[in-house]
Design a protein around this ligand. Structure first.
Ligand code: DGT
Ligand code: CA
Ligand code: CA
Ligand code: ZN
Length: 580
């Protein structure tokens, strides 16, 4: 089993403890080394076997860190790390999962108040002791108190954006086996929920032993949680992966069952009962002639489906609902009456309207981001760097003069580009709904994305309604401002916002960054039902981020969106007429 992730975690722990003791620079070096070890293609144990030099050759690792890696693999411990732990005996991961609490804060709160655990932190916040510590105040204390509940639940679920690539690699690995006839991801991952409890993988095979054996020896597994005859669970980095092996003849039934959601399955089962049919993970069975007791047997009755998932729904007189719809929000009725939506696809998307460059906090130049969009296959792209204003810290945002200067450069790049290039801005929506950029400049820009970046608690409806009514604004960016697993974001009456947005010709964004996925599927459905148009944007800060679009599109699909509901599926002329 590959141990790179385990080693990386030790180094990250090292970094946190150093940072908590106010050591400079070193923490950053340890984190970079950790990242490169985690991503390194060769198993770290193998490299240690080749000698310290082979470890030090990993980019950004170097001699000091490589000797600690060797020490850890050979002895199971790093002496210096053990000392640091003894000096600061805290639950670092749990504490730093509270928004606004970093290793430095943990160090201070331990020194001043002896806080070691989330429970300690909560008790200190409730008792008003944190505000007494130098550098803290009632506001910080309030934020910490609010962040704790979130942190407790956050620890249990992984981001879709982290779980999916790992699940896909497991699926590829198993699909490559001779013994595996069919293989698919199921569960919440197949439904594209924004966060994932565990990854479910299904394999159809008549050699379950061989499949389970290969799975538990999967090279990226960091742990085998359990292994049976037809199922097993491993950990891949921090994600739990459950495998189930079934007879290939039952694959469709098992896929339907293990895709869920539970609520969807209950609704499907009720439809079956109305028809004297029985649905389970082995198929659809006709139990009409059987007594209650006879029908209890899993495979009792004549089977009418189970080989394919489509067949399962057909046997129940239903069209096949896309997995993203299976949340029991009306899809069972729609599938029965032939009224399922024709969902938007990733291929329908023609461009990206929310992209950053190194003029603000992006990593790449305007031309690089344009070239990246062209290479990705887009027909157009809009560059929307941050404007100054509330929520922009550290001088990230551009003032109006700088935006004018950038506008000229974007026009110059556009002249030579292979795709249509629009000039935009990501302006801040202040607490009253005001926009942080001058009206004359807004009028000269092609696309204005207005996003909330500060004051992200409480109700944000009126603030966003005011922004949507602003004649210069085209798109409301990441409307709730939520950050998955760390910040709930604002409450919004999306029906009201969407009604105004539809009327004003303002689009509502689905921010496809897997840390946001904001709006959510549920809110997208409300917005579309109220007549609004959505825009699926990646908020890319580097060309590689254009690939986030699939997370946004599948979120749109969870909201029942068709291509016509999504602004950036339009050809460039259609986009222009929306923007006018
Ligand atoms: P997660 O892992 O919390 O993100 O959510 P799921 O939906 O992947 O749930 P999971 O992994 O517990 O189970 C996978 C699927 O298996 C689930 O969506 C539906 C099905 N399933 C599991 N347990 C039950 C159950 O007790 N009843 C029914 N009807 N279906 C179940
Ligand atoms: Ca699951
Ligand atoms: Ca599971
Ligand atoms: Zn942005």
């Amino acid at each position: 089993m590959r141990r790179n992730d385990e080693v990386a975690r030790r180094l990250e722990e090292f970094a946190d403890l150093l940072e908590a003791s106010d050591v400079e620079y070193k923490p950053r070096a340890y984190r970079r080394a950790a990242e490169n070890i985690r991503e390194h293609p060769v198993d770290i144990e193998e490299l240690v076997g080749e000698g310290e030099k082979a470890v030090a050759d990993i980019d950004r690792v170097g001699d000091a860190i490589s000797s600690k890696v060797v020490e850890y693999i050979e002895t199971g411990e790093i002496a210096e790390l053990a000392e640091l732990r003894a000096d600061l005996p805290v639950e670092m991961d749990a504490l730093t999962s509270v928004e606004g609490v970093g290793p430095k804060t943990v160090g201070t709160l331990y020194d001043e108040l002896g806080i070691r655990t989330l429970d300690d932190l909560e008790a200190a916040a409730e008792a008003g002791r944190i505000r007494e510590v130098k550098g803290f105040g009632p506001k910080t204390e309030g934020n910490i108190r609010e962040g704790i509940a979130f942190a407790r639940q956050a620890h249990e679920r992984q981001l879709l954006g982290e779980a999916l690539p790992r699940g896909e690699r497991v699926r590829e690995f198993l699909s490559g086996m001779e013994a595996v006839k069919r293989c698919a991801l199921a569960g919440s991952l197949r439904r594209w929920r924004p966060t994932i409890g565990d990854v479910d993988v299904l394999a159809g095979s008549d050699e379950p032993d061989a499949v389970v054996e290969a799975f538990t020896n999967y090279q990226a597994a960091t742990d085998v949680i359990e292994a049976g005859t037809v199922k097993a669970s491993i950990r891949v980095e921090s994600v739990r992966v459950d495998l189930r092996v079934v007879d290939d003849a039952d694959f469709g039934a098992a896929l339907q069952y293990f895709t869920g959601s539970k609520d969807h399955n209950v609704a499907v089962r009720n439809r079956a009962i109305e028809r004297d049919l029985k649905v389970n993970e082995y198929g659809v069975f006709d139990v009409s002639g059987l007594s209650g007791e006879e029908a209890d047997d899993q495979r009792a009755g004549e089977r009418s489906a189970g080989e394919t998932e489509r067949g399962m729904y057909e046997a129940l007189d239903m069209a096949w609902p896309e997995p993203e719809l299976r949340e029991n929000r009306g899809e069972v009725e729609a599938a029965a009456s032939g009224e399922l939506p024709d969902l938007v696809t990733v291929e329908d998307v023609r461009g990206d309207l929310h992209v950053h460059t190194d003029w603000s906090d992006g990593n790449n130049t305007i031309s690089e981001m344009v070239a990246g969009a062209a290479e990705f296959g887009h027909e157009y792209v809009c560059l929307t760097d941050h404007a100054t204003g509330p929520g922009m810290v550290g001088g990230v945002g551009l003032d109006d003069d700088e935006l004018r200067e950038q506008l000229a450069e974007i026009r110059a790049v556009a002249d030579d580009a292979d795709i249509d290039v629009f000039a935009g801005v990501e302006a801040n929506v202040d607490i009253d709904g005001g926009i942080s950029v001058g009206d004359d400049l807004l009028a000269d820009l092609d696309v204005v994305v207005a996003s909330p970046h500060s004051g992200l608690d409480g109700d944000g409806t009126e603030r966003l309604v005011a922004a949507a009514e602003h004649p210069g604004v085209d798109v409301i960016g990441h409307p709730t401002g939520r950050l998955l697993n760390s910040r709930a974001g604002m409450n919004i009456d999306v029906e009201r916002l969407a009604t105004v947005a539809a009327d004003q010709g303002t689009a509502l964004e689905i921010n496809a960054d897997p840390r946001r996925l904001d709006l959510t599927g549920r809110l997208v459905k409300t917005a579309i039902d109220a007549g609004a148009t959505v825009a699926v944007n990646t908020d890319a800060h580097a060309p590689a981020n254009y690939g986030y679009v699939r997370y946004g599109v599948h979120t749109a699909r969870r909201g029942w969106a068709e291509a016509d509901d999504v602004l950036n599926t339009r050809e460039v002329d259609g986009l222009r007429s929306f923007l006018e």
